[in-house]
Write a protein of this length. Sequence first.
Length: 94
Amino acid sequence: MGHNAKQILEDFDHYNGQFDRVAWIKTAAPGRMSAWEDAATEGSVQAQFLCGKVLQTGAAGEPDFRRALFYYEKAADQGLGAAMVNAGRLWAQG
């Protein structure tokens, strides 16, 4: 995993430690989304989850539920429970 794996893990941990996770993701996404997407492409489960959350919430523009589901399913395939839950919620919403 290239794209600053340590920073991705710190971002993921920081996200999980927030009371208002959506507010944090909307603040962090503009400066980090590119790095998260690169790391997600390389297989980082944490980056895949963060990309899904950004796309689900519209933190980097309009929400894109199809792309969010894509990233959540990638992370879920690697066993990340939170990604499984979020993918399930998107499927339930239609």
